[in-house]
Design a protein around this ligand. Structure first.
Ligand SMILES: [Zn+2]
Length: 114
């Protein structure tokens, strides 16, 4: 498998303000071998609709993560040694709060500046 992207059809990502969801480039980037939809046939999304879609996607991802965790917990409980399985499960995500802690540190440090 190569890291180099092949020409492809532009596929707008609503989560990324219309940047291509495949390559992240704008619609008129030469990598898009097929013409982008013209403004006449393209659905223009309002900022409110984009925010609504983002919130829906965010909620769905949280629900998905919750259900995956519930399933992993259920599986751990069925193991021969549930405590060891649970400890292994928790260890597999050790440090998961690091990005949140780092973001909070930056916000607290930069928060007073404007
Ligand atoms: Zn692309």
């Amino acid at each position: 498998m190569t890291d180099e992207l092949k020409p492809h059809r532009y596929h707008p990502s609503y989560m990324h303000m219309g940047d291509c969801s495949v390559c992240g480039n704008l619609a008129d980037d030469p990598i898009h071998a097929f013409p982008a939809p013209s403004p006449s046939n393209m659905t223009r999304l309002s900022e409110a609709k984009i925010a609504e879609l983002r919130a829906d996607v965010h909620g769905a991802l949280q629900d998905s993560a919750y259900l995956a965790g519930a399933k992993a917990g259920w599986n751990a409980a069925q193991a021969a040694d549930p405590n060891a399985a649970y400890a292994k499960l928790m260890a597999s995500h050790d440090g998961y709060l690091k990005p949140l802690i780092e973001a909070r540190r930056i916000v607290v440090r930069e928060g007073g500046k404007s």
